[in-house]
Design a protein around this ligand. Structure first.
Ligand code: NBP
Length: 483
Protein backbone atom coordinates (compact mmCIF):
# COMPACT_ATOMS: atom_id res chain seq x y z
CA UNK A 1 0.00 0.00 0.00
CA UNK A 2 2.22 2.74 -1.34
CA UNK A 3 -0.26 5.18 -2.92
CA UNK A 4 -1.97 8.05 -1.04
CA UNK A 5 -4.63 8.56 -3.72
CA UNK A 6 -6.17 6.51 -6.51
CA UNK A 7 -8.05 7.21 -9.72
CA UNK A 8 -10.66 4.88 -11.22
CA UNK A 9 -11.53 5.54 -14.89
CA UNK A 10 -8.65 6.44 -17.15
CA UNK A 11 -10.35 8.02 -20.17
CA UNK A 12 -9.28 11.55 -21.01
CA UNK A 13 -10.44 13.24 -17.78
CA UNK A 14 -9.28 10.51 -15.40
CA UNK A 15 -5.84 10.06 -16.94
CA UNK A 16 -5.21 13.81 -17.00
CA UNK A 17 -6.33 14.18 -13.40
CA UNK A 18 -4.11 11.25 -12.42
CA UNK A 19 -1.13 12.89 -14.13
CA UNK A 20 -1.90 16.18 -12.41
CA UNK A 21 -2.04 14.42 -9.03
CA UNK A 22 1.19 12.51 -9.71
CA UNK A 23 3.03 15.71 -10.64
CA UNK A 24 2.53 17.18 -7.15
CA UNK A 25 5.10 16.71 -4.43
CA UNK A 26 4.25 13.91 -2.03
CA UNK A 27 1.60 12.14 -4.11
CA UNK A 28 1.78 8.55 -5.27
CA UNK A 29 -1.17 7.66 -7.47
CA UNK A 30 -2.80 4.26 -7.89
CA UNK A 31 -4.67 3.85 -11.17
CA UNK A 32 -7.38 1.44 -12.30
CA UNK A 33 -9.56 1.18 -15.40
CA UNK A 34 -12.24 -1.39 -16.23
CA UNK A 35 -10.50 -2.40 -19.45
CA UNK A 36 -6.81 -3.03 -19.00
CA UNK A 37 -5.59 -1.31 -22.19
CA UNK A 38 -6.08 2.25 -20.87
CA UNK A 39 -4.14 1.47 -17.70
CA UNK A 40 -1.24 -0.07 -19.61
CA UNK A 41 -1.14 2.84 -22.02
CA UNK A 42 -1.12 5.49 -19.30
CA UNK A 43 1.57 3.78 -17.25
CA UNK A 44 3.77 3.15 -20.30
CA UNK A 45 3.43 6.65 -21.71
CA UNK A 46 4.09 8.38 -18.39
CA UNK A 47 6.86 6.59 -16.54
CA UNK A 48 7.76 9.92 -14.90
CA UNK A 49 4.46 9.82 -12.98
CA UNK A 50 5.39 6.71 -10.99
CA UNK A 51 1.85 5.34 -11.17
CA UNK A 52 0.92 2.22 -9.20
CA UNK A 53 -1.24 0.27 -11.67
CA UNK A 54 -3.96 -2.08 -10.45
CA UNK A 55 -5.90 -4.60 -12.50
CA UNK A 56 -8.64 -5.52 -10.05
CA UNK A 57 -10.54 -3.60 -7.38
CA UNK A 58 -8.87 -5.79 -4.72
CA UNK A 59 -5.43 -4.90 -6.02
CA UNK A 60 -6.45 -1.24 -6.23
CA UNK A 61 -7.62 -1.19 -2.58
CA UNK A 62 -4.48 -3.02 -1.47
CA UNK A 63 -2.27 -0.41 -3.12
CA UNK A 64 -3.80 2.49 -1.14
CA UNK A 65 -2.73 3.87 2.25
CA UNK A 66 -5.52 4.34 4.84
CA UNK A 67 -7.79 6.15 4.86
CA UNK A 68 -8.02 4.99 1.25
CA UNK A 69 -8.97 7.82 -1.08
CA UNK A 70 -10.15 7.19 -4.63
CA UNK A 71 -11.44 9.55 -7.29
CA UNK A 72 -13.91 8.07 -9.78
CA UNK A 73 -13.76 9.57 -13.28
CA UNK A 74 -16.12 7.47 -15.37
CA UNK A 75 -19.15 8.14 -17.54
CA UNK A 76 -21.84 9.69 -15.34
CA UNK A 77 -24.85 7.49 -14.52
CA UNK A 78 -24.88 3.69 -14.28
CA UNK A 79 -21.11 3.39 -14.70
CA UNK A 80 -20.64 5.52 -11.58
CA UNK A 81 -23.03 3.32 -9.59
CA UNK A 82 -21.20 0.19 -10.78
CA UNK A 83 -17.80 1.54 -9.71
CA UNK A 84 -19.13 2.70 -6.33
CA UNK A 85 -20.57 -0.77 -5.66
CA UNK A 86 -17.24 -2.40 -6.44
CA UNK A 87 -15.27 0.07 -4.31
CA UNK A 88 -17.61 -0.30 -1.34
CA UNK A 89 -16.86 -4.04 -1.36
CA UNK A 90 -13.10 -3.55 -1.04
CA UNK A 91 -12.96 -0.33 1.05
CA UNK A 92 -13.40 0.03 4.84
CA UNK A 93 -15.15 2.52 7.14
CA UNK A 94 -13.29 5.84 7.17
CA UNK A 95 -12.14 5.47 3.54
CA UNK A 96 -13.17 8.09 1.00
CA UNK A 97 -14.85 7.61 -2.38
CA UNK A 98 -14.92 10.71 -4.55
CA UNK A 99 -17.07 10.98 -7.67
CA UNK A 100 -15.46 13.54 -9.98
CA UNK A 101 -17.82 12.90 -12.90
CA UNK A 102 -20.67 15.15 -13.97
CA UNK A 103 -23.32 13.57 -11.75
CA UNK A 104 -26.78 15.01 -11.25
CA UNK A 105 -26.77 16.35 -7.67
CA UNK A 106 -29.81 14.31 -6.68
CA UNK A 107 -27.90 11.14 -7.65
CA UNK A 108 -25.06 12.35 -5.46
CA UNK A 109 -27.43 12.88 -2.52
CA UNK A 110 -28.74 9.32 -3.00
CA UNK A 111 -25.25 7.81 -3.33
CA UNK A 112 -23.87 9.70 -0.35
CA UNK A 113 -26.69 8.42 1.84
CA UNK A 114 -26.20 4.82 0.72
CA UNK A 115 -22.40 4.86 1.01
CA UNK A 116 -22.47 6.61 4.40
CA UNK A 117 -24.40 3.65 5.82
CA UNK A 118 -21.31 1.50 5.24
CA UNK A 119 -19.15 3.97 7.21
CA UNK A 120 -17.30 5.00 4.07
CA UNK A 121 -17.26 8.69 3.14
CA UNK A 122 -18.69 9.74 -0.19
CA UNK A 123 -17.77 13.02 -1.86
CA UNK A 124 -19.54 14.34 -4.97
CA UNK A 125 -17.03 16.60 -6.67
CA UNK A 126 -17.67 18.97 -9.56
CA UNK A 127 -14.65 19.39 -11.81
CA UNK A 128 -14.56 22.10 -14.45
CA UNK A 129 -12.04 22.99 -17.10
CA UNK A 130 -12.18 20.05 -19.49
CA UNK A 131 -9.13 17.98 -20.36
CA UNK A 132 -6.69 20.84 -20.12
CA UNK A 133 -8.03 21.86 -16.72
CA UNK A 134 -7.83 18.30 -15.38
CA UNK A 135 -4.17 18.17 -16.38
CA UNK A 136 -2.96 21.66 -15.45
CA UNK A 137 -5.39 22.73 -12.75
CA UNK A 138 -9.19 22.59 -12.74
CA UNK A 139 -11.71 24.49 -10.68
CA UNK A 140 -12.89 21.94 -8.11
CA UNK A 141 -16.24 21.93 -6.31
CA UNK A 142 -16.31 19.13 -3.72
CA UNK A 143 -19.30 18.33 -1.53
CA UNK A 144 -19.25 15.80 1.31
CA UNK A 145 -18.52 15.35 4.99
CA UNK A 146 -16.17 17.52 7.02
CA UNK A 147 -14.24 14.37 7.91
CA UNK A 148 -13.42 13.60 4.29
CA UNK A 149 -12.37 17.19 3.68
CA UNK A 150 -9.56 16.80 6.24
CA UNK A 151 -7.83 14.23 4.02
CA UNK A 152 -9.03 15.51 0.69
CA UNK A 153 -8.56 19.25 1.20
CA UNK A 154 -4.75 19.36 0.96
CA UNK A 155 -4.67 16.98 -2.02
CA UNK A 156 -7.26 18.96 -3.98
CA UNK A 157 -5.66 22.25 -3.04
CA UNK A 158 -2.40 21.02 -4.55
CA UNK A 159 -3.92 20.22 -7.96
CA UNK A 160 -6.47 23.02 -8.36
CA UNK A 161 -6.01 26.03 -10.60
CA UNK A 162 -4.67 29.11 -8.86
CA UNK A 163 -6.32 32.51 -9.32
CA UNK A 164 -4.72 35.60 -7.81
CA UNK A 165 -2.71 33.41 -5.47
CA UNK A 166 -5.70 31.42 -4.21
CA UNK A 167 -6.45 27.78 -5.10
CA UNK A 168 -9.72 27.30 -7.00
CA UNK A 169 -11.20 24.77 -4.59
CA UNK A 170 -13.43 25.08 -1.55
CA UNK A 171 -15.46 22.62 0.50
CA UNK A 172 -18.80 23.67 -0.98
CA UNK A 173 -21.12 21.86 1.45
CA UNK A 174 -22.46 18.45 2.30
CA UNK A 175 -23.55 15.61 -0.05
CA UNK A 176 -24.81 17.03 -3.37
CA UNK A 177 -23.68 20.65 -2.83
CA UNK A 178 -20.58 20.36 -5.02
CA UNK A 179 -22.38 18.82 -7.97
CA UNK A 180 -25.21 21.34 -7.56
CA UNK A 181 -22.77 24.23 -7.81
CA UNK A 182 -21.06 22.59 -10.81
CA UNK A 183 -24.45 22.24 -12.49
CA UNK A 184 -25.21 25.94 -12.03
CA UNK A 185 -21.69 26.76 -13.27
CA UNK A 186 -22.58 24.98 -16.50
CA UNK A 187 -25.93 26.76 -16.72
CA UNK A 188 -24.21 30.13 -16.39
CA UNK A 189 -21.76 28.98 -19.05
CA UNK A 190 -24.70 28.37 -21.42
CA UNK A 191 -26.04 31.89 -20.77
CA UNK A 192 -22.64 33.52 -21.20
CA UNK A 193 -22.04 31.72 -24.51
CA UNK A 194 -25.48 32.61 -25.85
CA UNK A 195 -25.01 36.29 -24.92
CA UNK A 196 -21.67 36.36 -26.71
CA UNK A 197 -23.22 34.69 -29.76
CA UNK A 198 -26.03 37.26 -29.85
CA UNK A 199 -23.49 40.09 -29.59
CA UNK A 200 -21.50 38.65 -32.50
CA UNK A 201 -24.64 38.21 -34.61
CA UNK A 202 -25.87 41.77 -34.08
CA UNK A 203 -22.44 43.24 -34.77
CA UNK A 204 -22.03 41.22 -37.92
CA UNK A 205 -25.45 42.01 -39.31
CA UNK A 206 -25.47 45.63 -38.19
CA UNK A 207 -21.98 46.63 -39.31
CA UNK A 208 -21.12 44.14 -42.05
CA UNK A 209 -17.78 43.46 -40.39
CA UNK A 210 -16.10 40.14 -41.22
CA UNK A 211 -15.59 37.48 -38.57
CA UNK A 212 -11.87 38.36 -38.48
CA UNK A 213 -12.72 42.02 -37.85
CA UNK A 214 -15.17 41.00 -35.14
CA UNK A 215 -12.42 38.85 -33.63
CA UNK A 216 -10.50 42.12 -33.15
CA UNK A 217 -13.52 43.60 -31.37
CA UNK A 218 -13.65 40.66 -28.94
CA UNK A 219 -9.88 40.79 -28.42
CA UNK A 220 -10.31 44.46 -27.52
CA UNK A 221 -13.20 43.69 -25.16
CA UNK A 222 -10.99 41.11 -23.50
CA UNK A 223 -8.78 43.93 -22.27
CA UNK A 224 -11.64 45.54 -20.33
CA UNK A 225 -14.34 44.61 -17.82
CA UNK A 226 -15.50 41.71 -20.02
CA UNK A 227 -12.10 39.98 -19.77
CA UNK A 228 -12.79 36.26 -19.63
CA UNK A 229 -11.86 32.93 -21.11
CA UNK A 230 -15.06 32.76 -23.19
CA UNK A 231 -14.47 36.19 -24.76
CA UNK A 232 -10.85 35.22 -25.45
CA UNK A 233 -11.72 31.95 -27.22
CA UNK A 234 -14.51 33.70 -29.14
CA UNK A 235 -11.86 35.87 -30.80
CA UNK A 236 -9.83 32.74 -31.61
CA UNK A 237 -12.79 30.94 -33.15
CA UNK A 238 -13.84 33.99 -35.21
CA UNK A 239 -10.31 34.42 -36.56
CA UNK A 240 -10.03 30.81 -37.70
CA UNK A 241 -10.07 30.24 -41.49
CA UNK A 242 -11.22 26.92 -42.94
CA UNK A 243 -8.35 25.22 -44.77
CA UNK A 244 -10.61 23.63 -47.42
CA UNK A 245 -12.70 26.59 -48.47
CA UNK A 246 -10.61 29.53 -47.22
CA UNK A 247 -13.82 30.87 -45.66
CA UNK A 248 -14.12 31.90 -42.02
CA UNK A 249 -14.57 28.64 -40.11
CA UNK A 250 -17.67 30.03 -38.36
CA UNK A 251 -19.36 30.26 -41.78
CA UNK A 252 -18.87 26.58 -42.60
CA UNK A 253 -19.85 25.18 -39.19
CA UNK A 254 -23.45 23.88 -39.14
CA UNK A 255 -25.53 26.30 -37.07
CA UNK A 256 -27.07 23.70 -34.74
CA UNK A 257 -25.79 23.80 -31.17
CA UNK A 258 -25.35 20.60 -29.20
CA UNK A 259 -25.74 20.11 -25.46
CA UNK A 260 -24.89 17.41 -22.98
CA UNK A 261 -27.78 18.20 -20.66
CA UNK A 262 -26.30 20.17 -17.77
CA UNK A 263 -28.01 23.37 -18.97
CA UNK A 264 -31.31 21.52 -18.98
CA UNK A 265 -30.64 20.21 -15.45
CA UNK A 266 -30.00 23.75 -14.25
CA UNK A 267 -33.28 24.94 -15.71
CA UNK A 268 -35.31 21.92 -14.54
CA UNK A 269 -33.93 22.34 -11.03
CA UNK A 270 -34.65 26.07 -11.10
CA UNK A 271 -38.24 25.35 -12.15
CA UNK A 272 -38.74 23.03 -9.20
CA UNK A 273 -37.14 25.52 -6.83
CA UNK A 274 -39.20 28.37 -8.31
CA UNK A 275 -36.14 30.42 -9.24
CA UNK A 276 -36.39 32.51 -12.41
CA UNK A 277 -33.15 31.73 -14.27
CA UNK A 278 -34.57 33.13 -17.50
CA UNK A 279 -31.17 33.87 -19.08
CA UNK A 280 -29.98 30.29 -18.64
CA UNK A 281 -33.35 28.96 -19.80
CA UNK A 282 -33.35 31.11 -22.95
CA UNK A 283 -29.80 30.01 -23.71
CA UNK A 284 -30.77 26.36 -23.33
CA UNK A 285 -33.89 26.82 -25.47
CA UNK A 286 -31.92 28.75 -28.10
CA UNK A 287 -29.69 25.69 -28.52
CA UNK A 288 -32.73 23.44 -28.93
CA UNK A 289 -34.34 25.82 -31.42
CA UNK A 290 -31.13 25.87 -33.46
CA UNK A 291 -31.01 22.10 -33.63
CA UNK A 292 -34.58 21.64 -34.95
CA UNK A 293 -33.50 21.67 -38.60
CA UNK A 294 -36.83 20.55 -40.02
CA UNK A 295 -38.89 23.13 -38.14
CA UNK A 296 -36.46 25.85 -39.16
CA UNK A 297 -36.68 24.72 -42.78
CA UNK A 298 -40.48 24.98 -42.96
CA UNK A 299 -40.45 28.30 -41.10
CA UNK A 300 -37.88 30.06 -43.24
CA UNK A 301 -40.52 31.81 -45.36
CA UNK A 302 -42.46 33.30 -42.43
CA UNK A 303 -43.02 37.04 -42.72
CA UNK A 304 -40.43 39.32 -41.11
CA UNK A 305 -40.36 43.06 -40.43
CA UNK A 306 -41.88 45.37 -43.02
CA UNK A 307 -39.73 47.02 -45.69
CA UNK A 308 -37.13 44.35 -45.41
CA UNK A 309 -35.82 46.12 -42.34
CA UNK A 310 -33.65 43.15 -41.64
CA UNK A 311 -31.88 42.74 -44.96
CA UNK A 312 -31.41 46.47 -45.49
CA UNK A 313 -30.35 47.14 -41.96
CA UNK A 314 -27.01 48.75 -41.31
CA UNK A 315 -26.13 50.97 -38.40
CA UNK A 316 -25.01 54.52 -39.03
CA UNK A 317 -22.16 54.58 -36.58
CA UNK A 318 -20.59 51.11 -36.30
CA UNK A 319 -18.19 52.02 -33.49
CA UNK A 320 -20.96 53.54 -31.35
CA UNK A 321 -23.17 50.52 -32.05
CA UNK A 322 -20.42 48.09 -31.03
CA UNK A 323 -20.00 49.96 -27.75
CA UNK A 324 -23.74 49.68 -27.12
CA UNK A 325 -23.57 45.94 -27.73
CA UNK A 326 -20.69 45.70 -25.30
CA UNK A 327 -22.72 47.44 -22.63
CA UNK A 328 -25.79 45.30 -23.33
CA UNK A 329 -23.64 42.20 -23.08
CA UNK A 330 -22.18 43.28 -19.76
CA UNK A 331 -25.58 44.14 -18.28
CA UNK A 332 -27.12 40.86 -19.47
CA UNK A 333 -24.17 38.96 -18.10
CA UNK A 334 -24.68 40.54 -14.67
CA UNK A 335 -28.30 39.35 -14.82
CA UNK A 336 -27.33 35.80 -15.84
CA UNK A 337 -24.81 35.45 -13.01
CA UNK A 338 -27.21 37.01 -10.53
CA UNK A 339 -29.82 34.44 -11.51
CA UNK A 340 -27.31 31.59 -11.22
CA UNK A 341 -26.27 32.65 -7.72
CA UNK A 342 -29.93 32.98 -6.83
CA UNK A 343 -30.38 29.33 -7.80
CA UNK A 344 -27.44 28.31 -5.59
CA UNK A 345 -28.96 30.27 -2.70
CA UNK A 346 -32.32 28.59 -3.20
CA UNK A 347 -30.71 25.15 -3.54
CA UNK A 348 -28.76 25.67 -0.33
CA UNK A 349 -31.96 26.61 1.50
CA UNK A 350 -33.87 23.63 0.08
CA UNK A 351 -31.19 21.00 0.70
CA UNK A 352 -29.82 22.45 3.91
CA UNK A 353 -26.33 23.30 2.66
CA UNK A 354 -24.24 26.13 4.00
CA UNK A 355 -22.76 27.53 0.80
CA UNK A 356 -20.45 30.53 0.91
CA UNK A 357 -21.41 32.31 -2.32
CA UNK A 358 -18.32 34.53 -2.22
CA UNK A 359 -16.10 31.46 -1.99
CA UNK A 360 -17.92 29.91 -4.97
CA UNK A 361 -17.31 33.00 -7.10
CA UNK A 362 -13.63 32.89 -6.13
CA UNK A 363 -13.07 29.27 -7.15
CA UNK A 364 -14.57 30.07 -10.56
CA UNK A 365 -11.86 32.68 -11.22
CA UNK A 366 -9.44 30.07 -12.54
CA UNK A 367 -9.42 26.68 -14.23
CA UNK A 368 -13.04 26.65 -15.37
CA UNK A 369 -14.86 27.72 -18.52
CA UNK A 370 -16.55 30.79 -17.01
CA UNK A 371 -13.34 32.13 -15.47
CA UNK A 372 -13.43 35.92 -15.68
CA UNK A 373 -12.28 39.16 -14.11
CA UNK A 374 -15.90 39.85 -13.36
CA UNK A 375 -15.98 37.13 -10.68
CA UNK A 376 -13.82 39.35 -8.47
CA UNK A 377 -16.67 41.86 -8.45
CA UNK A 378 -19.07 39.10 -7.35
CA UNK A 379 -16.68 38.02 -4.61
CA UNK A 380 -16.46 41.65 -3.40
CA UNK A 381 -20.24 41.92 -3.37
CA UNK A 382 -20.59 38.85 -1.13
CA UNK A 383 -17.61 39.89 1.01
CA UNK A 384 -19.44 43.13 1.76
CA UNK A 385 -22.81 41.49 2.34
CA UNK A 386 -22.78 37.71 2.81
CA UNK A 387 -26.56 37.39 2.71
CA UNK A 388 -27.10 39.68 -0.27
CA UNK A 389 -30.56 38.63 -1.51
CA UNK A 390 -30.09 39.76 -5.13
CA UNK A 391 -26.54 39.90 -6.48
CA UNK A 392 -27.27 42.59 -9.04
CA UNK A 393 -28.30 45.02 -6.29
CA UNK A 394 -24.70 45.25 -5.05
CA UNK A 395 -23.49 48.85 -5.54
CA UNK A 396 -20.87 47.97 -8.16
CA UNK A 397 -23.45 46.22 -10.34
CA UNK A 398 -26.07 48.91 -9.86
CA UNK A 399 -23.55 51.40 -11.22
CA UNK A 400 -22.71 49.12 -14.16
CA UNK A 401 -26.39 48.57 -14.95
CA UNK A 402 -27.01 52.30 -14.73
CA UNK A 403 -24.16 52.89 -17.19
CA UNK A 404 -25.41 50.18 -19.57
CA UNK A 405 -29.09 50.94 -19.25
CA UNK A 406 -29.82 53.11 -22.31
CA UNK A 407 -27.60 51.04 -24.63
CA UNK A 408 -29.11 47.77 -23.38
CA UNK A 409 -32.66 48.97 -24.10
CA UNK A 410 -31.66 50.28 -27.52
CA UNK A 411 -29.99 47.02 -28.50
CA UNK A 412 -33.01 44.95 -27.45
CA UNK A 413 -35.39 47.35 -29.23
CA UNK A 414 -33.26 47.28 -32.37
CA UNK A 415 -33.10 43.51 -32.45
CA UNK A 416 -36.89 43.34 -32.18
CA UNK A 417 -37.36 46.00 -34.87
CA UNK A 418 -35.10 44.35 -37.43
CA UNK A 419 -36.11 40.80 -36.54
CA UNK A 420 -32.81 39.42 -35.26
CA UNK A 421 -33.33 37.02 -32.37
CA UNK A 422 -31.66 38.13 -29.15
CA UNK A 423 -33.48 35.96 -26.60
CA UNK A 424 -30.84 36.16 -23.88
CA UNK A 425 -30.39 39.94 -24.19
CA UNK A 426 -34.12 40.58 -24.13
CA UNK A 427 -35.06 38.12 -21.40
CA UNK A 428 -32.34 39.53 -19.17
CA UNK A 429 -33.72 43.01 -19.62
CA UNK A 430 -37.27 41.80 -18.96
CA UNK A 431 -36.09 40.11 -15.75
CA UNK A 432 -34.36 43.29 -14.66
CA UNK A 433 -37.45 45.39 -15.32
CA UNK A 434 -39.61 42.80 -13.59
CA UNK A 435 -37.45 42.86 -10.48
CA UNK A 436 -37.39 46.63 -10.20
CA UNK A 437 -41.10 47.13 -10.92
CA UNK A 438 -43.23 48.80 -8.25
CA UNK A 439 -46.30 46.83 -9.21
CA UNK A 440 -46.51 43.78 -11.43
CA UNK A 441 -49.52 42.54 -13.39
CA UNK A 442 -49.34 39.46 -11.17
CA UNK A 443 -52.26 41.14 -9.39
CA UNK A 444 -54.40 40.52 -12.49
CA UNK A 445 -53.23 36.90 -12.63
CA UNK A 446 -54.36 36.44 -9.05
CA UNK A 447 -57.74 37.88 -10.04
CA UNK A 448 -58.01 35.45 -12.95
CA UNK A 449 -57.00 32.51 -10.77
CA UNK A 450 -59.60 33.47 -8.22
CA UNK A 451 -62.20 33.78 -10.98
CA UNK A 452 -61.79 30.33 -12.54
CA UNK A 453 -60.49 28.30 -9.63
CA UNK A 454 -61.37 30.14 -6.42
CA UNK A 455 -57.63 30.22 -5.72
CA UNK A 456 -58.08 33.32 -3.49
CA UNK A 457 -55.89 36.41 -3.22
CA UNK A 458 -54.33 38.67 -0.63
CA UNK A 459 -54.93 42.41 -0.45
CA UNK A 460 -52.48 45.27 -0.18
CA UNK A 461 -54.51 47.04 2.49
CA UNK A 462 -55.40 44.36 5.04
CA UNK A 463 -54.32 40.94 6.32
CA UNK A 464 -56.15 37.77 5.42
CA UNK A 465 -57.09 35.77 2.35
CA UNK A 466 -60.01 36.71 0.15
CA UNK A 467 -62.26 35.38 -2.58
CA UNK A 468 -64.75 37.21 -4.77
CA UNK A 469 -68.05 35.40 -5.39
CA UNK A 470 -67.63 35.69 -9.17
CA UNK A 471 -70.62 33.59 -10.11
CA UNK A 472 -72.78 35.05 -7.35
CA UNK A 473 -73.27 38.67 -6.40
CA UNK A 474 -69.54 39.43 -6.78
CA UNK A 475 -69.12 40.47 -3.21
CA UNK A 476 -65.89 39.61 -1.43
CA UNK A 477 -65.63 37.08 1.36
CA UNK A 478 -62.82 36.13 3.67
CA UNK A 479 -61.53 32.68 2.68
CA UNK A 480 -59.24 29.85 3.72
CA UNK A 481 -55.74 30.36 2.36
CA UNK A 482 -55.44 27.89 -0.54
CA UNK A 483 -53.18 29.83 -2.94
P1 NBP B 1 -16.19 9.13 -20.38
O1 NBP B 1 -17.34 9.90 -19.84
O2 NBP B 1 -16.09 8.95 -21.84
O3 NBP B 1 -16.18 7.68 -19.67
C1 NBP B 1 -15.26 6.70 -20.04
C2 NBP B 1 -14.75 5.97 -18.83
O4 NBP B 1 -15.83 5.35 -18.10
C3 NBP B 1 -13.79 4.86 -19.21
O5 NBP B 1 -12.76 4.81 -18.27
C4 NBP B 1 -14.69 3.62 -19.13
O6 NBP B 1 -13.98 2.43 -18.93
C5 NBP B 1 -15.47 3.96 -17.90
N1 NBP B 1 -16.66 3.11 -17.69
C6 NBP B 1 -17.81 3.00 -18.39
BR1 NBP B 1 -18.19 3.93 -19.90
N2 NBP B 1 -18.66 2.11 -17.87
C7 NBP B 1 -18.03 1.59 -16.80
C8 NBP B 1 -18.39 0.61 -15.84
N3 NBP B 1 -19.58 0.03 -15.87
N4 NBP B 1 -17.50 0.31 -14.88
C9 NBP B 1 -16.30 0.92 -14.83
N5 NBP B 1 -15.90 1.87 -15.70
C10 NBP B 1 -16.76 2.21 -16.68
O7 NBP B 1 -14.82 9.74 -19.83
P2 NBP B 1 -14.34 11.27 -19.72
O8 NBP B 1 -14.70 12.08 -20.92
O9 NBP B 1 -12.93 11.19 -19.29
O10 NBP B 1 -15.21 11.86 -18.51
C11 NBP B 1 -15.18 11.28 -17.21
C12 NBP B 1 -16.16 12.00 -16.33
O11 NBP B 1 -15.76 13.35 -16.19
C13 NBP B 1 -17.59 12.03 -16.87
O12 NBP B 1 -18.51 11.90 -15.81
C14 NBP B 1 -17.71 13.41 -17.47
O13 NBP B 1 -19.04 13.86 -17.52
C15 NBP B 1 -16.85 14.21 -16.50
N6 NBP B 1 -16.33 15.45 -17.03
C16 NBP B 1 -15.89 15.55 -18.30
C17 NBP B 1 -15.38 16.75 -18.77
C18 NBP B 1 -14.86 16.85 -20.16
O14 NBP B 1 -14.52 17.97 -20.59
N7 NBP B 1 -14.76 15.76 -20.90
C19 NBP B 1 -15.31 17.86 -17.93
C20 NBP B 1 -15.74 17.73 -16.64
C21 NBP B 1 -16.25 16.54 -16.19
P3 NBP B 1 -13.51 1.57 -20.19
O15 NBP B 1 -12.23 2.17 -20.65
O16 NBP B 1 -13.33 0.20 -19.64
O17 NBP B 1 -14.60 1.65 -21.22
Amino acid sequence: NSANIGVVGLAVMGSNLARNLASREGNTVAVYNRSRAKTDELVTEHPEAGFVPAFSYEEFAASLQKPRTAVIMVKAGRATDAVIESLVEVFEPGDIIVDGGNALFTDTIRREKAVRETGINFVGMGVSGGEEGALRGPSIMPGGSDESWVTLGPILTSIAAVAEGEPCVTHVGHNGAGHFVKMVHNGIEYADMQLIAEAYDLIRRGTGKTPAQIADVFAEWNRGELESYLIEITAEVLRQVDADTQKPLVDVILDQAGAKGTGAWTVQTALSLGVPVSGIAEATFARSLSSHAEQREVSRGLPGPADDAQSNWTVEDPEAFIEKIRLALYASKIVAYSQGFDEIRAGAAEYDWKIDLGAVSKIWRGGCIIRAQFLNRIAEAYDTETELPVLLTAPYFVEALQRAQAAWREVVATSARVGIPAPAFSSSLAYYDGLRADRLPAALIQGQRDFFGAHTYKRIDKDGTFHTLWSGDRSEIEAEDTH
